[in-house]
Design a protein around this ligand. Sequence first.
Ligand code: FAD
Length: 473
Amino acid sequence: MAKIVIVGAGVVGLGAGLLLCGDGHEVVVLERDAGAPPAGAEEIWGTWQRKGVSQFRLPHFFLARYSGLLDAELPEVMKALVTAGAVRRNPVLDAPEALRGPAREEDGVFGCISGRRCVVEAAVASVADRAPHLEIRRGTAVAGLITGPSAGGDVPHVAGVRLGTGEEITADLVVDMTGRRSPLPGWLAAIGARPPDDELDDCGFVYYGRHFRSADGGIPPALGSLLMHLGTISVLTLPADNGTWSVTLVTSAKDNALRVLHDPVVWEKAVRSLPLVAHWLDGQPIDDRVMAMAGIEDRHRNLMVGGAPVATGVVAVGDAWACSNPTAGRGASIGMLQAALLRDTIAATGLDDPWQFACSFHHATAEMVEPWYRDTLAADRHRLAEIDALIGGGEYRPGDPGWEIGQALANAAFKDPDCLRGFISVAMVLSRASDVTARPGLLDKVTALGAGWRDEPIPAPSRAELLSIVAGD
Ligand SMILES: Cc1cc2nc3c(=O)[nH]c(=O)nc-3n(C[C@H](O)[C@H](O)[C@H](O)COP(=O)(O)OP(=O)(O)OC[C@H]3O[C@@H](n4cnc5c(N)ncnc54)[C@H](O)[C@@H]3O)c2cc1C
């Protein structure tokens, strides 16, 4: 069994800690932010300070892939979420029977459990805090890496971390889970490693979100998908814990005319103009303002450059490995998928040969996790280009059959039970679109029912109407 240091106690970092200690490893999680979660959802929302996670109070939803992983691997976290007031949803079974058809045995796979990000993270932390062989040290900033004898050529081997205080903690493996703004390249440079291969892109979206609470603990009914693309804006309506929910408008960062959405009055007018969404405003706002976030990067980090690891004894997992536009809400699902893979790779390969482990984990991630990231990235790029085209008054016709089929599937989902399940499988990170459309007969249905999607837009104001609404005309 190994001694493993995880740097970062975010929602995935803590989940990874639980998976690894569950396999018998001694795990230490080092977190820069000092504050531990207080008791009670409202205290958590109101007082837990987490400067290290910019999106800490921005809307989140935890998809079926994440929930399924908790059910299978960390049932005690699932229990803690229920106790904390997290909301259960099943986007297939919650749909009208006329749409989904009779319930099917396999429909349980679509079950989600979700809540406000801080409440979910606190529930994971509550289980991590009492897990054997797992120590969480908050208020403990890692400042760099320490090295030991190389496992191959001039490639440095990481043997632990150095804290801001100068204290050194040795480990068989250091797992960078410091999130989107991971400082790993600087730490690697300081030990003489070659730089990792980072692909970086500003994802080009801006988020304008607010949370609400009902008087009676209820949550407004969904009249469409959790995520809807409505011309030049997208909207997320996300049920959360304890009778709370969020509404978020997502625009292109280049769309200057919509920057006024950070004003709560303008934001509310815009949301009210959306027929399938306006009723989500029927609650008490629990943010004192519109929470906005821009400058969100799509970033993928590859620690295997030119066929060799840039360092051994260190890996990047979760957002520290790859993060993309969060509209699709995939971060925690993909992160936990990779965390489980890390545990399984250690079990299969061991850490005695650090070079072999670095190669095995890299290849496993590339094969089993990276495709989810690439799918998300491709969808983001299309969506941004679509918004650009619509702002310019044109139509978006990229000539990409995969994208056209994806749009047709989203449309056909509201007409056929198999298409509905296929669409939701993709949205919930259960299946890739290419696997769904390979199901016998599905592509024919998608084409027959959904190919006319351009002629059946979701009801929403036109671009001109939206601009006039936000301008207060
Ligand atoms: C606007 C927005 C909305 C999102 N919505 C969703 C959603 O609906 N569903 C979903 O699944 N995902 C969503 N995501 C993504 C999700 O938030 C991330 O995938 C998730 O937080 C990743 O968890 P993590 O543990 O890898 O990193 P993080 O949660 O970012 O945690 C990193 C931790 O590392 C700590 N740290 C940093 N540097 C150091 C250091 N030097 N020493 C010690 N500790 C350090 C930080 O303080 C922090 O606690 C969203 C993201 C954004 C930006």
